[in-house]
Design a protein around this ligand. Structure first.
Ligand code: HEM
Length: 220
């Protein structure tokens, strides 16, 4: 017997655009940020010309920083005004349904008991997205505090959170590793889910639709 699927709308357009803007800006911010931290090639010495690579990297970093901030604001908006799958209440372990789903997801990833996938995120994923949002807020405040040290607003936020600019720079740098770790785990788990349950999870973040199983084939 073959699988039978039902095509269901999972994620709206703004959510998908936000996801890809966030992903692309994280990639660019990590590459350019690491270059600001440790310029791994020195053009003056190598080519004898001054083409301002650090300045260009800094410009790209700040540009990506604005896109990143826009994506974080959109995600916050969708937590409250998005569709059911995009809302904060659908994926945080704060209801009885989601508490069960949180432990179910852990058992699932440990290969102890496979759970039935949902249309939206599981509660473990929702929790890591909240953590990512909070860390992103720290990146935004520390980033803008370094960028506009003379601004009264960023000074208030920056000094209250980090005290000195040096500390904010250190925190900003260390937290970069969270995004590298997050991206690796996130991509691995998304592909793993797609392979295990075959519901089009990866393509859903482009098309917006998932394919829920209506009927599963029985084992012989
Ligand atoms: C995923 C998000 C981000 C990552 C991974 C990231 C990464 C980095 C890294 C690694 C550095 C070098 C730190 C050091 O030298 O010790 C840096 C510097 C900096 N970042 Fe970010 N960043 C992110 C977001 C932002 C945002 C949203 C802004 C806001 C515009 C921003 C503004 C800055 C500024 C102003 C600097 C200092 C540049 C300099 O002093 O030359 N960053 N970033």
């Amino acid at each position: 017997m073959a699988y039978e699927f039902e095509k269901r709308r999972a994620f709206g357009a703004l959510y998908r655009i936000t996801h890809w803007v966030f992903a692309a800006s994280c990639l660019l911010l990590t590459i350019t940020g690491y270059y600001i931290y440790e310029p791994w090639f020195t053009t003056m010495l190598e080519k004898g010309t001054a083409d301002f690579t650090v300045a260009n990297m800094r410009f790209l970093h700040f540009l990506a920083g604005y896109f990143f901030t826009g994506a974080v604001i959109c995600r916050f908006y969708l937590w409250f005004f998005g569709n059911r799958q995009e809302r904060i209440t659908d994926a945080l372990p704060v209801t009885k349904r989601n508490l069960g789903n949180f432990w179910g997801a852990i058992l699932n990833y440990l290969y102890i008991r496979f759970h039935t996938p949902r249309l939206g995120h599981n509660a473990l994923a929702g929790t890591t997205y909240l953590l990512t949002f909070l860390i992103s807020m720290v990146m935004i405040v520390s980033g803008f505090y370094m960028l506009f040290p003379e601004s009264a607003t960023w000074q208030v936020w920056g000094t209250n959170l980090f005290a000195s600019q040096a500390t904010s720079r250190f925190v900003h740098f260390i937290l970069m590793y969270y995004y590298i770790f997050f991206a690796m785990v996130h991509i691995y788990i998304a592909v793993w889910n797609d392979v295990m349950f075959g519901e089009g999870l990866v393509s859903a973040i482009i098309s917006g639709s998932k394919f829920l199983h209506v009927k599963r084939p029985k084992a012989d």
